[in-house]
Design a binder for this molecule. Structure first.
Ligand code: DC
Length: 231
C-alpha cells in the first residue's frame, strides 16, 4: 500500500505550520516542520559560538545534529538527542539568524537528504519553502500558501505578542521583510511555486477554512477514506 506525500510551501506568516499540523492530524499523517530543522542547526551554531561565515564547521554541525520530532497532545515537539528544543528555536534572535544558515548550499544538501528520508515512506505532510520543488518533487499533492504582506505581519505580531507584550509591530514587519527577501532570493532552494502546486491565498481565510479546503481537495480525489492509502 502506498502512502503519499503532501507538501505545503509558502512564506513566513502565511499559516502553513498550523495548517500542516492540523491536516496531518486529520489524515493520520506525520507532520514534518522543515523550518525547525534549519532552526535546530542555527541553535547549535549559536551555542558553539561559530561564525556564520565558517561554512565547513556549520556543515559538520548540520551532519551530526540528530533532529527528531515527537507528537505530544496537540503539538509536535522538536528534539536534538533527548533535549527538547521546541522553545529555544523560536527566539527572535535565532529567527533572524536562520537566514545565514539556510543560504549555505551544503547545509541545505544535508538537510534536504534527511527530509527526503523522512518522506520516502509517505504518509507525511511536509512543510517549508522548497518541499514541492526540491525535497519531494514527485509528491502526490502540492500546496503553496500565500497571504498579503500586511496580513502576514499582523498574524506574526499576534503570535509573538503573547510571549512579548511590548513587541513593536514595526520590528515584526522589518523581520518578515528580511526573511521574505532571503527566502525568495536564495540561490539554492529559494521559495518558489512548484509548477504543479495549487496556490491558495489565505488572506481572508481562517486556519480552519484552509485546512477544510485542502482536506476536501485531497478527499475529492479519494472519495472513500478507507482507500486513502491504496490510491
Ligand atoms: O518556517 P520557519 O519560519 O520556521 O523557517 C525558518 C527559516 O528556515 C526560514 O527563515 C526559512 C528557512 N527554511 C528554509 O530555508 N527551507 C525550508 N524548507 C524551511 C525553512
Amino acid at each position: 500500500m502506498t502512502k503519499f506525500v503532501i507538501t505545503i510551501d509558502g512564506p513566513g506568516g502565511c499559516g502553513k505550520s498550523t495548517v500542516a499540523r492540523l491536516l496531518a492530524d486529520r489524515l493520520g499523517f506525520t507532520y514534518v516542520d522543515t523550518g525547525a530543522m534549519y532552526r535546530a542547526v542555527t541553535l547549535q551554531v549559536m551555542r558553539a559560538n561559530i561564525s556564520f561565515e565558517d561554512e565547513e564547521r556549520i556543515v559538520q554541525i548540520a551532519k551530526r545534529t540528530p533532529i527528531t520530532f515527537k507528537k505530544q497532545d496537540n503539538s509536535v515537539r522538536v528534539f536534538i538527542d533527548s533535549e527538547d528544543i521546541t522553545e529555544p528555536i523560536r527566539t527572535p534572535e535565532l529567527t533572524s539568524n536562520v537566514k545565514h544558515i539556510a543560504k549555505i548550499t551544503r547545509v541545505r544538501e544535508v538537510l534536504v537528504n534527511k527530509q527526503k528520508d523522512m518522506a520516502q515512506d509517505g504518509g507525511v505532510v511536509m512543510e517549508g519553502r522548497d518541499i514541492g520543488t526540491v525535497v519531494a518533487p514527485n509528491a502526490r499533492f502540492k500546496f503553496f500558501l500565500e497571504a498579503d504582506f500586511k496580513e502576514r505581519v499582523s498574524r506574526r505580531y499576534k503570535e509573538l505578542k503573547t510571549d512579548n507584550p511590548s513587541i513593536d509591530i514595526k520590528d515584526v514587519e522589518k523581520e518578515l521583510a528580511e526573511r521574505d527577501k532571503s527566502d525568495y532570493l536564495r540561490k539554492t532552494g529559494p521559495l518558489k511555486l512548484a509548477e504543479d502546486a495549487l496556490k491558495i491565498d489565505t488572506t481572508h481565510m481562517t486556519i480552519e477554512e484552509v485546512v477544510d479546503y485542502i482536506e476536501d481537495y485531497v478527499m475529492e480525489k479519494y472519495s472513500d477514506k478507507k482507500n486513502l492509502w491504496s490510491a
